[in-house]
Every structure is written in C-alpha cells, then in structure tokens.
Ligand binder design. Structure first.
Ligand SMILES: Cc1cc2nc3c(=O)[nH]c(=O)nc-3n(C[C@H](O)[C@H](O)[C@H](O)COP(=O)(O)O)c2cc1C
Length: 440
C-alpha cells in the first residue's frame, strides 16, 4: 500500500481510478513471495479474527447491537433482496469511481463513519484511523466519542477531508465550543447524530456491566474542550470532599480510577490524587446527550455554523422532507449499526423512500451494514451518494492499526471499482435502481 505515499490529496484521488486491478496486482504479486494480505479480505473473516484478538468487553462493545440484534441482521439481509443484472460488451477499460461531496472530489463513494471509543481496540485509536483515511484520501468522520481529540487527528491529515459528528449535549455552550473547534480543525461538514438521544438497550454490554465512557474511555473530545473542563472544575468544587464513607475499592474500581486519571490532561500521578478525572466522567454522563431536542432546535444550530449540516439516523421519508425544509444540507440513512432500536427498518430498506422524498435536493448517504464493494454498488444504485463504513474498519484497526484500516478501505474501493466495470459501467452517475432487480 505504498503507491500513494508522498502524493497530494488530488493525486491520491486520481490514483484511485482502476483501484480494483491495482489492489489485485498488489496482492497477487506479494503472494508470489509468500506474503498474504495482513488482514482478511472478507468482512466475516475480518470480524472472526478481530474477535480472537480483542478482549471480551472490547469485542462486545463493537460487535453488539440493541436487543436481540434483529436490526443488525436486517441491515445485512436487506442487501440480499437486491441483485445486479450485469451488462456485457461495453468498453469498461477506463473507469471513474470518484464522487463529489460538499465541494470535494472523493476517490470513491466511501467515508469512514464516526466510531467512538476506539482505544478499546487499538492503542493508537483515532490517530491511526486519521492517518489511514488521509493516506487513502477518504474522509474520516471524527466521532464525538473519540479517544483522540479532533485537533490531534486533524494534525496528521494534511489537507485530507474530515467531518465532525456531534452528539447534542444538554450544554449549549459545549455544543458551540465543539462546533467552533470542528470549524478550526478544517472539518467540511457537521454530522448530527439523532438516533442516540439516549443509549440503546445493548444486552452484550449490559451482561458485562461495561460502558467505556464510565471508565473514561471515548471522552477525549470532552476532556480536550475548554468549556467541558470548566464544567468539570465547577462540578468538583461544588461536590467538595466526599461525605459518605467510600466503599472498599475492588481491583476493578482501582483500574477504573486509573483509566479515568489517564483520560484527564496532566500527569497520571497528579490525576490519581485529584477529584477532576472522576468529576469529568460524571459530568460527561450527565450532559452528553439531550433527549428533548426537536425540529425547533435546528434553527439554533444552523445559526451557529457555516458548515453543511448532515443529519444522521433519518429513516422516515417525512423526516427527510422536513429536514430539507429546515435547511439541512444532507442526510445519513442509518440505524446506527442496529445499536439503538431493535426490530427497526433496516437502513437499506429505508433508503429508496428517503431518496424519493429528498428528490435530488441534497445528498443522501447510507450507513449500517456496508461490508464490501458490492454493497457500496447496491447502495449507490439505490440512490446513495456515498456510504459510511463502520465496524469493518474498526476490525481492521484492531488487527493491524493504520495498515489494517488502509487495507479495509482499499479492499472495499477495489471491489467497488471492479463491480462497476464488470457490470458494464464506467462511472457512478450511470448507476440507478434500473441496474438492479428485486430478488427477495
Ligand atoms: C463501536 C461503535 C461505536 C460507534 N460510535 C459512534 C459515535 O460515536 N457516533 C455515531 O454517530 N455513531 C457511532 N457508531 C455508529 C456508526 O457510525 C455507524 O452508524 C455504524 O457502525 C454502522 O453500522 P455497521 O458498522 O454495522 O455498518 C458507532 C458504532 C460502533 C460499532
């Protein structure tokens, strides 16, 4: 994967044309010398290997979904209801997989979606993802629950595209601060995730009694924020010294305290003696999301940023129409990977209705269940401008850090390029529902 090193973003985007054959070449040539791809190419094998590599809590957190995980399975089976009918004898020697999104040309219709608490799967977490995204010229959506601050990630990305995903906190001041940091960090868009006004019912995490944020993991956007830090200091000052006798610490409690102390800026020794790390976790838990937000709040957000606003988690055509009427710039059709509502409509099943309702007024992206280049093809044919990859890149990160993420991205883009050509197409604008047939 060294072909793009030292190139500018524009050069990387054009280097992506013909990505499929180049990726195959790379793999098969290396195979002659006995080298195999560092992470499995299929998503099932990728997940199985990551499961072996991760501890039970980390694996459960990434793999798990809401309830019985019916939504999560539907996100996948929805793809099986569609089949492409390939066309032959068309010249497909030159293909262009690039796509325009908010003034940028991307090498393919793929972004890395916001995935929080990545420190659970790899020590470099978001930083490794940021490097990989920049190397492959795909946009990275910084999670509001990242393990590394947006500024640190932006610093390793050069001019490569990045977006920021916001959870609407109960503190307006914190929301304003996060937005202005995202603007300064060069983000091209603000993604507001609407499906997580409360955390979904997640049995795998409940069975393990595990919430990363309660251990100080995945709160780096907060601990690096001046408004949040002030709120923490105020909370700690108001609490004073603990009045009740503290329960005898267990080994897990000590580990949790060390984790919290690590998450707070400054030296670990000082933090272990300070009330601030614990106050930070408590402050986070009390303000991270606001179940009371309504359509009326969007105007407030609109007036506070010049960035395009993209709503993530829209599934109903009426909500899609309303969003556009309220001046929103894009939508992500998403079930949050089935992590929020069980027995929900799958994202792909919801896509055509939303695309129809939006009728070219704004880009619609698809997220949830995308595992391969062939999936990207189906989503784009059904009207998605691009897709967000989620779990697959987290598994790649778990197995091989930055290189693992790069491989997952280039495999997906490579297969997409070949699927485009092998079905008789040379550019994305040739894809429409007519290239598919309903089989389920
Ligand atoms: C471990 C994990 C953490 C996530 N964290 C966030 C987050 O912080 N913000 C957000 O909007 N979505 C988050 N998501 C949802 C993803 O952005 C995306 O919607 C989901 O992964 C898509 O489903 P898929 O991975 O099965 O394709 C997270 C998903 C996972 C698996």
């Amino acid at each position: 994967m060294s072909r793009t090193e030292g190139l500018t973003t524009v050069q990387r985007v054009s280097a992506a044309a013909g990505a499929g054959r180049r990726r195959q070449d790379e793999v098969y040539r290396a195979g002659v010398y006995g080298h195999r791809p560092r992470v499995p190419v299929t998503s099932r094998a990728l997940q199985a290997r990551a499961k072996q590599a991760l501890n039970a809590r980390a694996y459960a957190y990434v793999a798990g979904g809401a309830g019985d995980e019916v939504t999560q399975r539907s996100n996948r089976t929805a793809f099986d209801k569609w089949a492409v009918v390939p066309r032959v004898l068309r010249d497909v020697s030159n293909r262009d997989t690039s796509v325009e999104l908010f003034g940028r040309t991307l090498p393919g219709p793929v972004l890395l979606g916001p995935v929080g608490a990545l420190e659970l799967v790899h020590r470099e977490a978001d930083l490794a993802v940021a490097r990989a995204a920049a190397a492959e010229a795909v946009p990275m959506v910084f999670s509001n629950q990242a393990s590394v601050s947006m500024e640190e990630c932006a610093a390793v990305m050069g001019d490569s595209p990045r977006w920021f995903q916001l959870y609407w906190s109960t503190s307006d001041e914190l929301v304003e601060s996060l937005i202005s940091r995202a603007e300064k960090a060069g983000c091209d868009a603000l993604v507001v995730t609407l499906d997580t006004t409360m955390l979904g019912w997640r049995p795998r995490d409940l069975d393990l009694g595990h919430l990363p944020f309660a251990l100080g993991k995945g709160i780096a956007q907060y601990t690096s924020d001046p408004v949040f830090r002030r709120l923490v200091e105020e909370r700690a000052a108001a609490a004073g010294a603990p009045r009740d006798p503290q329960p005898r610490p267990t080994l897990s409690a000590v580990r949790a305290l060390v984790g919290m102390a690590r998450a707070w800026p400054g030296s670990l020794t000082d933090n272990l003696r300070s009330p601030l790390p614990r106050a930070a976790v408590e402050t986070f838990l009390s303000i991270y999301s606001r179940p009371s937000i309504t359509w009326a709040d969007l105007a407030w957000l609109r007036s506070r940023t010049r960035l395009p606003i993209v709503l993530k988690g829209v599934l109903h055509p009426d909500d899609a129409r309303r969003a556009l009427d309220e001046g929103v710039d894009g939508l992500v059709v998403s079930t949050h990977g089935g992590r929020q509502v069980d027995r929900s409509i799958s994202a792909l099943d919801a896509l055509p209705g939303v695309v129809n309702a939006v009728f070219d007024r704004a880009p619609v992206l698809l997220d949830s269940g995308v595992r391969s280049g062939a999936d990207v093809f189906t989503a784009v044919a059904l009207g998605a401008r691009a897709v967000l990859l989620g779990r697959p890149f987290a598994w790649g990160l778990a197995l091989d850090g930055e290189r693992g993420v790069r491989q997952v991205v280039s495999d997906v883009l490579g297969e997409f390029d070949l699927t485009l050509g092998l079905t008789g197409h040379t550019a994305i604008d040739q894809l429409s529902p007519e290239v598919l047939t309903r089989v389920g």
